[in-house]
Design a binder for this molecule. Sequence first.
Ligand code: SF4
Length: 113
Amino acid sequence: MSVVKHISNRVLVMYLGRMAELASSDELFGNPMHPYTQALLSAVPVPNPRVKRDRTVLQGDLPSPANPPSGCVFHTRCPLARERCQQEVPQWREIRKAHMVACHFAEDAAIST
Ligand code: SF4
């Protein structure tokens, strides 16, 4: 992800073949709104031994793309999943200018970071 940040103008994050989040590189790395993006970024090493980062470790195994979970395909591993996530596919929506995300609760996810 560190390399992606430096070689890209825009970044699309996908999970299980579905679009999760799209934004400019600066916007995505500065304001990740999807819980999967946040988990990915929390795993990026910080080149300073004095800086401690809270890492989000996703639980469970990656589901099969041939038999994806219902609703939001990330709900089986998402730390913010709620009942709605199992039943309803999240809309692909613009949550900030030119910042697209597919999550019912992206606003809540942004607050939790
Ligand atoms: S829609 Fe629900 S399960 Fe999917 S990323 Fe958002 S909070 Fe998590």
